[in-house]
Design a protein around this ligand. Structure first.
Ligand code: FES
Length: 322
């Protein structure tokens, strides 16, 4: 298990009626573990409640982690807990930063953020600007009143590289994604984070692009992956270090079965979006039914990685490097 940090909540600021900006720091005033643009941390709330939030600040600010939290209309407990309980001065357990959404070298970068999904892109914009790299940030929200961080963006040197669109709930209104992403460009990298409707619209509009040039940060389950659960079947996994073989039932995840057996499998989101449970597979790679939203084709096919919380086998035994 990676080390958990105990941090102090420095400030909680209302950005909009449903979005709060939160600043965390080390209680001793010391430096925090470094992070790259695109990273997130797990925030441990009460009981088993753990949620992932992107770091939106400047990676060169080693004293603070900055988060933006939306009070979800259908909160599963995480954002509601933050709105109800998080106050300046309290302490909070968080994970070390983890990055499933890193920047890649490019002549031009297109950042597309929907609502609170803008948070990792703000961190990326700060880094790209410092490097002198060319980028445009498209920031899509329902309306101006729901648009957080506008004052902060307005004070940056890159404010004129931010294009705001108010889409009134329609992911295609305002910004013409088909025109923006027309014709794949090998010298351009695209990054998108936002609600499912926007993510799927960007995925559709960039269908002809090289997947290595288009990157998504999911904070909810990709609906294509969710639909696969109806076809679940049982299969076996073998633990390389001990030789133990476990049967995974149609309604069980590999992570659940191995954790119940006392094996050291770390989990957080349990939805294939955070990366906590990524594990190397030593045999049976062709059998893996990947259902996460974070691993790249390279990580799956060349490095043999899988997520144990949601991915499964198509039938054959998987041998895990545990
Ligand atoms: S626990 Fe988050 S990806 Fe598996």
């Amino acid at each position: 298990m990676s080390e958990t940090l105990t941090l102090t909540v420095d400030s909680v600021t209302e950005e909009t009626g449903r979005i709060r900006a939160i600043v965390l720091s080390d209680p001793s005033g010391g430096e925090l573990p470094p992070f790259e643009a695109g990273s997130h941390i797990d925030v441990h709330m009460t009981g088993d409640l753990v949620r992932q939030y992107s770091l939106m600040g400047d990676p060169e600010d080693r004293k603070h982690y900055r988060l933006g939290v939306l009070l979800e209309e259908e909160s599963r407990g995480g954002s509601q807990w933050i709105f109800d309980h998080m106050t300046p001065g309290m302490t909070l357990a968080v994970s070390q930063p983890r990055n499933n959404f890193p920047l890649h070298p490019a002549k031009h970068s297109i950042l597309i953020g929907g609502g609170i999904g803008v948070t990792p892109l703000l961190s990326m914009a700060r880094v790209l600007d410092r490097r002198g790299d060319d980028f445009t940030l498209y920031y899509l929200t329902r309306g101006r009143e729901q648009t957080a961080f506008l004052d902060e963006i307005g004070e940056t040197a890159w404010a004129d590289q931010v294009k705001c669109y108010h889409r009134g709930g329609d992911p295609k209104r305002g910004l013409d994604l088909d025109a923006l992403l027309k014709g794949p460009r090998a010298d351009t990298q695209v990054y998108c984070c936002g609600p499912t409707g926007l993510m799927t619209a960007v995925r559709d509009a960039s269908a002809a692009w090289d997947p290595h040039n288009v990157h998504f940060e999911w904070f909810s389950v990709d609906p294509e992956m969710e639909a696969k659960a109806a076809d679940n079947a049982g299969f076996e996994v073998e633990i390389k270090s001990t030789g133990q073989v476990f049967t995974i039932g149609p309604d069980e995840s590999i992570a659940d079965v191995l954790q119940d057996a006392g094996l050291p499998v770390e989990t957080s989101c349990c939805e294939g979006v955070c990366g906590a449970c990524i594990t190397p597979v030593l045999a049976g790679m062709d059998e893996i039914d990947h259902r996460d939203s974070i691993l790249t084709d390279e990580e799956r096919d060349e490095e043999g990685l899988m997520t144990l919380c949601c991915s499964r086998s198509k039938g054959g035994r998987l041998v895990l490097d545990l």
